[in-house]
Ligand binder design. Structure first.
Ligand SMILES: C[C@@]1(CC(=O)O)c2cc3[nH]c(cc4nc(cc5[nH]c(cc(n2)[C@H]1CCC(=O)O)[C@@](C)(CC(=O)O)[C@@H]5CCC(=O)O)C(CC(=O)O)=C4CCC(=O)O)c(CCC(=O)O)c3CC(=O)O
Ligand SMILES: NC(=O)C1=CN([C@@H]2O[C@H](COP(=O)(O)OP(=O)(O)OC[C@H]3O[C@@H](n4cnc5c(N)ncnc54)[C@H](O)[C@@H]3O)[C@@H](O)[C@H]2O)C=CC1
Length: 212
C-alpha cells in the first residue's frame, strides 16, 4: 500500500478515540502535543489515560460506543479489542471523516507512524503496516541519534533562516547564505550551546551579503 504522508494541523479539531486500552493510550500520547479536542469513548480506561483525564487533557465518555459519539469528529481511532465494535465504528464513520483501525481490518483511511519530536523537528517512521515492531526499533535509534539538543538547533535555524530571508534581497546571495546555515560547524556549536558563535556566524552571512 502506498500511503501518502502529510503533516495535519488538527488544532481544535475533534478527535474521537473509541477504546481505552494500551493502544488508545499510545494514540492519545501521540495526539497530546497538538491542540486537538480529544474524546475517549470506552467503558474502561487505563490508569495512565485516567491521569490525562484528571489533567483535563482529554474528555472521557464512560460508555459503550454509539454512532452519535462520532458527530463532528475529524479523526476517528477505532482501537477496541472487539472486532465487531471496530466494525460498528467503521459503519458509523462518514466518508469525510478519517478513520484509523488499530486492528488494520476493513476501511483504513490512515495508519499511524512512530513519531519523534524535537521541537519543530518531527521525524516519523512507518513500514506501512509491514512491521510495526521494526518501526518502533528504528524510532528508538532515531531518538538516540537526534537527541534533545536538536530542539535548540532547529529553533536557531528557524530564526536565522527568517533573518536571512528578510534581509538579503539578491536571490543567489540568499540561496548561498541559506546553504551556509547547514555548515556542520554551526550544528556543533548549537549542540554545545555556543550561541554567541552561532549568532556571529549568521551576522557575518547577512552583512557579507549586504556588501555584494
Ligand atoms: C497498521 C498499524 C495501524 C495503526 O495502529 O495505525 C498498526 C497495526 C498493528 N500493530 C500491531 C502490533 C504492534 N504495534 C506496535 C507498535 C506501534 N504500532 C504503530 C502503528 C501501527 N500499528 C500501524 C502501522 C505502522 C507501521 O507499520 O509502521 C506505531 C508505530 C504507532 C502507533 O501505535 O500509533 C506503534 C509504535 C509507537 C511508538 O513506539 O511510538 C508494536 C510494538 C510495541 O508495541 O512494542 C506491536 C507488536 C509487534 C508487532 O506486531 O510487530 C498489530 C498486531 C496486534 C495483534 O497482535 O493483535 C497490528 C494490527 C495488524 O497488523 O493486523
Ligand atoms: N496498532 C497497534 O499499534 C496495535 C494494535 N493492536 C490492536 O488493538 C486492539 C486493542 O488493543 P489494546 O488496547 O491492547 O486492548 P485492551 O484490551 O487494552 O483495550 C481494549 C479497550 O476497548 C474497550 N472497549 C471494548 N468494548 C468497547 C465498546 N463497546 N465501546 C467502547 N470501548 C470498548 C475496552 O474498554 C478497553 O479499554 C487489539 O485487539 C489489536 O487488534 C494491538 C497492539 C498494537
Amino acid at each position: 500500500m502506498n500511503f501518502f504522508p502529510i503533516m495535519l494541523d488538527i488544532e481544535y479539531k475533534k478527535v474521537v478515540i473509541v477504546g481505552g486500552g494500551h493502544v488508545a493510550r499510545q494514540k492519545l500520547q501521540a495526539l497530546l502535543p497538538t491542540k486537538a479536542q480529544i474524546i475517549i469513548v470506552s467503558p474502561s480506561i487505563t490508569d495512565e489515560i485516567a491521569i490525562y483525564v484528571g489533567q483535563g487533557k482529554v474528555t472521557w465518555k464512560n460508555k459503550q460506543f454509539e454512532a452519535s459519539d462520532l458527530d463532528d469528529a475529524s479523526l476517528i481511532f477505532a482501537v477496541t479489542d472487539q472486532e465487531e465494535v471496530n466494525d460498528a465504528v467503521e459503519q458509523a464513520a462518514q466518508h469525510w471523516q478519517l478513520l484509523s483501525r488499530a486492528d488494520a481490518k476493513g476501511r483504513v483511511d490512515f495508519i499511524n507512524p512512530a513519531v519523534v519530536r524535537r521541537g519543530d523537528f518531527v521525524l516519523s517512521v512507518s513500514t506501512s503496516g509491514a512491521s510495526p515492531g521494526l518501526t518502533r526499533k528504528i524510532k528508538a535509534e532515531l531518538e538516540a541519534h537526534y537527541d534533545e539538543t536538536y530542539i535548540d538547533y532547529i529553533e536557531f535555524l528557524k530564526k536565522a533562516r527568517r533573518e536571512i530571508i528578510q534581509t538579503i534581497q539578491d536571490k543567489y546571495s540568499k540561496r548561498d547564505a541559506l546553504a551556509s546555515l547547514l555548515d556542520p560547524q554551526l550544528e556543533e556549536w548549537a549542540k554545545e550551546q555556543k550561541w554567541d558563535k552561532c549568532n556571529a556566524y549568521v551576522q557575518k552571512l547577512v552583512t557579507g551579503a549586504r556588501q555584494i
